[in-house]
Design a protein around this ligand. Structure first.
Ligand code: NAP
Ligand code: HSE
Length: 339
C-alpha cells in the first residue's frame, strides 16, 4: 500500500464536500493500492464550526504543510492567492487538482506548461462534477469542431428558473447563495464573468489552446427585467445565460449572453442549478451533456473524480495541441435577449 498525502486549500462549500467523499471512498482508494491521508486543510479561520463527516480534519492557517504533500487540492477561490499556493507545488512536480476556473482562465500563461504535462486536473472547474472537460480533451478531439453552446452558471440558471415561476430577482439570488451555488462575490455569476471563465477553459480544450479570457465578450443577466423572462415563457421560449464558441470571419469567437431558447433546444430543459452543453462537431454530430453545475456535493464529486483518475494513472486534461481549423460557414447562434 502506497501512502498518498493530500493537502487541501479551502474548506467551504466545495471543500467540506470533498472531505466527505474522501472519507466515504477510503476503501476504493485502498483497493487501488493507496492509503490516502489528509496532511492538512488550509482555511482562514480554523476555529469556525464545519459540517463534515471527516473525523478530525487537520484545519490550519499556515500553508507550510503543503511542501510535504503529494497532491494539492485547491478549492479556495480567488486568483493571485491560490496561484501563489499551487505554483510551487506544480514546480516541485506535484499533482494539483482545482475547481478554480477564475485562476485557470486568467492565469493560463503560468499554468499551461503544467497542464501540458498532465499534472493539473480541473474537471470540477466547469459544470462541477458533470463531465465536460474529459470528453472535450479526449474522445471529441477526433471531430472537427463547428461550435459549442452551454449553460455554464448554476446561479444564473437558478435565478432565471425561479423568475419563470414568479419569484423576484433579489430573492432568487439570495436562495442561490444559500444553496452554495454563488461565488463569494456574486457579481462574477450574474455579470456573466464566471460563465466567461468556464467558456475560456472549454475553448482551450477544443478550439484554441491559447484562447485569451480577455477576448470573451460578456453580458450578464443582471439587467434582465422580470417580465422579459415571463414573456419568453408565454411564447414557448426560455431566457438562459449561454456561453457560445463559434466561427466568425475566419476566427474562433467566444461570447456569453442571455439568449432566447426554443423549448425543444437540447439545453432548454436544464433547470435550477443544472448546467448543459451541446458540442457540434463535423464527424461526431451534436453531442449533449447535462447535469448538476453548482453546489458542494456535485462539485466535490468532480474533484475526487480527478483524484481517482490520478490514482489510476490517468493524466490531467491537456489543452488541444493545435488550434482547430475554423469552418468557413457561419454558425447561426440563438437570438440574444434584446433589451
Ligand atoms: P467558499 O465556500 O467561499 O470556501 C472558500 C474556502 O477557502 C473557505 O474554507 C475559506 O476559509 C478558504 N479561504 C478563503 N480565502 C482564504 C485565504 N486567504 N486563506 C486561507 N483560506 C482561505 O467557496 P466554495 O463555494 O467552496 O468555492 C471554492 C472554489 O470552488 C472556488 O474557486 C469556486 O469558484 C469553485 N467552485 C465552486 C462551486 C460551488 O458550487 N460552490 C462549483 C464549482 C467550482 P474559511 O472557511 O475559514 O472562511
Ligand atoms: N458560482 C458557480 C455557479 C459555481 O453558480 O455556477 C459553479 O462553478
Amino acid at each position: 500500500m502506497q501512502t498518498l498525502r493530500i493537502g487541501m486549500i479551502g474548506c467551504g462549500t466545495v471543500g467540506t464536500g470533498v472531505l466527505d467523499i474522501l472519507h466515504r471512498q477510503k476503501a476504493q482508494f485502498e483497493a487501488l493500492g493507496f492509503d490516502v491521508q489528509l496532511a492538512g486543510v488550509l482555511v482562514r479561520d480554523a476555529s469556525k464550526p464545519r459540517e463534515t463527516c471527516f473525523p478530525s480534519a487537520p484545519l490550519v492557517t499556515d500553508p507550510g504543510f503543503l511542501t510535504g504533500v503529494d497532491v494539492v487540492i485547491e478549492v479556495m477561490g480567488g486568483v493571485q492567492k491560490p496561484l501563489d499556493l499551487v505554483l510551487p507545488a506544480l514546480k516541485a512536480g506535484k499533482v494539483v487538482i482545482t475547481a478554480n476556473k477564475a485562476m485557470l482562465a486568467e492565469r493560463w500563461s503560468e499554468l499551461k506548461a503544467y497542464a501540458k504535462t498532465g499534472q493539473l486536473y480541473y474537471e470540477a472547474a466547469v459544470m462541477a462534477g458533470t463531465p465536460v472537460i474529459d470528453p472535450l480533451s479526449g474522445i471529441l478531439r477526433s471531430s472537427q469542431p463547428i461550435a459549442l453552446q452551454a449553460i455554464l452558471n448554476g446561479t444564473c440558471n437558478y435565478i432565471l428558473t425561479q423568475m419563470e415561476q414568479g419569484k423576484g430577482y433579489d430573492e432568487a439570488l439570495k436562495e442561490a447563495q444559500d444553496l452554495g451555488y454563488a461565488e463569494a462575490d456574486p457579481t462574477l455569476d450574474v455579470g456573466g464573468f464566471d460563465a466567461a471563465h468556464k467558456l475560456t477553459v472549454l475553448a482551450r480544450l477544443a478550439f484554441d489552446p491559447d484562447y485569451p479570457y480577455a477576448d470573451v465578450t460578456v453580458r450578464g443577466i443582471d439587467t434582465i427585467p422580470e417580465h422579459a423572462v415571463r414573456d419568453a415563457l408565454a411564447n414557448d421560449q426560455r431566457i438562459r445565460l449561454i456561453g457560445s464558441i463559434y466561427p466568425e470571419n475566419g476566427q474562433w469567437k467566444a461570447r456569453v449572453a442571455p439568449r432566447l431558447l426554443p423549448m425543444d433546444h437540447p439545453i432548454a430543459r436544464a433547470a435550477s442549478g443544472r448546467n448543459a452543453m451541446v458540442f457540434f462537431g463535423e464527424e461526431c454530430g451534436e453531442i449533449f451533456v447535462a447535469g448538476g453545475g453548482a453546489g458542494g456535493a456535485v462539485t466535490a464529486s468532480g474533484v475526487v473524480g480527478d483524484l481517482i483518475n490520478h490514482l489510476q494513472g490517468i493524466l490531467g486534461p491537456k489543452p488541444i495541441a493545435l488550434a482547430a481549423k475554423v469552418p468557413a460557414a457561419p454558425f447561426e447562434d440563438l437570438p440574444e435577449v434584446d433589451l
